[in-house]
Design a protein around this ligand. Structure first.
Ligand SMILES: Nc1nc2c(ncn2[C@@H]2O[C@H](COP(=O)(O)OP(=O)(O)O)[C@@H](O)[C@H]2O)c(=O)[nH]1
Ligand SMILES: [Mg+2]
Length: 239
């Protein structure tokens, strides 16, 4: 099983709703520099709450939930990848077949915004060719500390033809919207056959279809739900 061959120091699965209760499933990845709030956004989306003190993500964790889009039950499997260079190679396996890419920067940290071009290039090289991307400027609640003007990020997003939202994992602003928007975009591609069934790969699973040969499909065979949370590895290096 592939997931066991990869020496990920820690994994955790978050679940909100019955996983069986869906029509179609999409694999998302959440990427961006460390500290911009990826893990908090995932937890806000999956669990509906903000964790003040999340340990840094080591390796990957993923969350699963089912949302309703256009009267369809869409299962979202969202992978939260570690941001550090140390884990970048490791986590690239998880880019494969992803059809939703959530690019996150921190509105109070210009450097994290400057990294977005690199994250876009990383993603485009590895995810499903028809993947939908969205750019999120997180921590919009920190108004006094803002370092990246809304208009500048909106212009960047427009130039790159990516939708853009400012979010706050802390107060929940636009978090659900962002996942809904991207799910809607993928669903449209599926319905209009911009992504035909022959190109679903492991990032799109139709309920009752045979499992695909991908990390996202296989990972469900690993019960990580009892894991106690993020952990630091022995070296103390985290992301
Ligand atoms: N004020 C504020 N802080 C946030 C928000 N999202 C995350 N944080 C904080 O930012 C830090 C890094 O968050 P984390 O989710 O671990 O970032 P990651 O490394 O990208 O996964 C933590 O101290 C969080 O409490 C937000 O929307 N607003
Ligand atoms: Mg994290």
């Amino acid at each position: 099983m592939l997931i066991k061959q990869i020496p990920l120091p820690a994994q955790k699965k978050l679940t909100r709703r019955m996983e069986q209760d869906f029509d179609i499933s999409f694999k998302f990845i959440i990427i961006g520099d460390s500290g911009c709030g990826k893990s908090c956004l995932l937890r806000r989306f999956i669990e509906g709450r903000f964790y003040e003190d999340t340990a840094h993500t080591i390796g990957v964790e993923y969350g699963i939930t089912v949302i309703q889009v256009d009267n369809r039950q869409i299962k979202i499997q969202a992978w939260d990848t570690a941001g550090s260079d140390r884990f970048r190679t490791l986590t690239q396996t998880y880019y494969r077949d992803a059809v939703g890419v959530i690019l996150v920067y921190d509105v109070t940290n210009r450097e994290s915004f400057n990294s977005i071009s690199r994250w876009i290039a990383d993603a485009r090289a590895r995810v499903h060719p028809q993947a939908s991307l969205i750019l999120l400027g997180n921590k919009s609640d920190l108004k006094q500390a803002r370092d990246v003007p809304y208009a500048e990020a909106a212009k960047f997003a427009q130039d790159n033809e990516i939708p853009f939202l400012e979010t706050s994992a802390l107060n929940g602003d636009h978090v659900e919207d962002s996942f809904m928007q991207i799910a809607h975009s993928i669903l449209k591609k599926v319905d209009t056959r911009v992504i035909p069934p022959s190109e679903y790969g492991g990032g799109i699973l139709v309920k009752d279809a045979p499992p695909q040969d991908s990390p996202s499909a296989r990972s469900e065979t690993v019960d990580l739900s009892q894991s106690s949370g993020n952990e630091r590895d022995n070296s103390g290096i985290c992301c």
